[in-house]
Design a binder for this molecule. Structure first.
Ligand SMILES: Cc1ncc(COP(=O)(O)O)c(C=O)c1O
Length: 389
């Protein structure tokens, strides 16, 4: 048998891994599957993106290697968006870097920052790439349980001193996947101050900053004084503009950190398709106008799904951001078992809390990714599963 690397065997299994093939089998058997698993909404991308992509794809210059520079117009559009939306000024060439979706940037940053044995603080539950990226970089993940009791916040002063001494990186993600939690400004202020004191890099993962409701406006970490010294922020076109498959995002931060990330990437990829970057630039120029209808529809879905779930005996909190509802399960009911029964007996794909780490046990996640009537039907089917367990 081929000997594979130790870091490969240290990787937890990826939670979305088996779902597409199980779903395919059920669909082939004629099951009417309602998929509220992945954070991948059914809305079409903005027409401006499609038009710009079509135009750019016809230009032979766009078929050349992007390299790490990418399309200058994309860098400029992303920097202009940072300024307009958050009041954050950044140099589009020194302090901002295009990504093939934010996922790879998040994973690759660990390789730029961690040496073997350095610790990264990983929220548990959390987006699996924080854990996996740390392991692939031969760092040591320190899983920090985020719980409703502490509003799902990572409190760094609760990390044991011997772990803290070796900590080089912390992943923070607010608005949060999977819990939909948001971070108050005073929390961000004390966390930035702590990381400056302890020389810890913050990977601030911010793909849901535009999907917010009820008057809440999510900040950039760079609105917090001092954050520039320690943070790299990740943005994505995937969630805000319903462009998950286009694979486009960016990292922004102090030039030294962004350049370090770029150096890793220069050995791994050669940049996102320039025509996709042209489409990204077109969308970012007019971001607010494209976002408004998506956010309104996510809100409508949220406001229909919450009462539908509650009518079935579930007790979710009302999320003020993201496309997710984080739903507690009755005591003692394992989330993986509930997910399996939901899929096999009710044809509903949900994400088990345990798929985001052991700290997610006791919950499942619903994504508002299908039309309202399908969500409501999904809630009714989930209610039957709950009643049967
Ligand atoms: C918290 C979080 N960060 C990053 C990503 C990655 O998004 P993308 O690589 O599509 O930009 C996701 C996608 O699910 C996510 O939930």
């Amino acid at each position: 048998m081929t000997k594979l690397s130790r870091r490969l065997s240290a990787l937890p299994s990826y939670p979305m891994g088996e779902i597409p093939s199980i779903k395919r089998r059920l669909v082939q058997q004629g099951v009417d599957v309602i998929d509220v698993g992945a954070g991948d909404a059914d809305f079409p991308p903005p027409e401006a993106a499609i038009d710009a992509l079509a135009r750019a794809a016809a230009d032979p210059a766009m078929s050349r290697y992007p390299f790490q520079l990418g399309l200058p117009a994309f860098r400029e559009a992303a920097a202009a968006y940072m300024q307009r939306r958050f009041g954050v000024a950044c140099d589009p060439f020194a302090e901002l870097h295009p990504l093939l979706g934010s996922k790879e940037g998040i994973a690759h940053l660990a390789m730029a920052v961690l040496d073997r044995g350095d610790v990264a603080i990983v929220p548990d539950p959390g987006y699996p790439v924080y854990h996996g990226g740390t392991v692939l970089a031969q760092g040591e993940p320190h899983l920090y349980p985020i719980t409703p009791r502490s509003d799902f916040l990572v409190e760094l002063d609760a990390v044991p001193a011997d772990v803290l001494k070796r900590t080089r990186l912390v992943y923070l993600n607010y608005p949060n996947n999977p819990t939909a939690a948001i971070a108050p400004r005073d929390y961000l202020e004390r966390t930035v101050a702590f990381c400056r004191r302890h020389d810890i890099v913050i990977a601030y993962d911010n793909p849901y900053c535009e999907i917010t409701f009820d008057g809440y406006v999510a900040p950039s970490i760079f609105e917090i004084p001092g954050a520039r010294d320690v943070a790299v922020e990740f943005h994505s076109l995937s969630k805000s503009f319903c462009m998950t498959g286009w694979r486009l995002g960016w990292a922004v931060g102090r030039s030294e950190l962004v350049t370090a990330l770029s150096r890793v990437k220069s050995y791994v990829d050669t940049g996102a398709f320039l025509a996709v970057q042209a489409a990204g630039a077109a969308v970012l120029h007019d971001a607010a106008a494209h976002l408004a209808p998506y956010v309104a529809q996510f809100k409508e879905r949220r406001d229909a799904m919450l009462p539908a779930l509650r009518a079935q005996g579930f007790e979710p909190e009302t999320p003020r951001a993201t496309m997710y509802i984080w739903v507690p399960l009755p005591e003692g009911l394992p989330s993986a078992a509930f997910q399996r029964r939901a899929l096999e007996e009710a044809g509903v794909v949900v994400m088990p809390g345990s798929g985001f780490g052991a700290g997610g046990e006791g919950f499942f996640r619903v994504a508002l990714t299908v039309a309202t009537p399908r969500l409501v039907e999904g809630a009714a089917r989930l209610g039957k599963v709950l009643a049967a367990v």
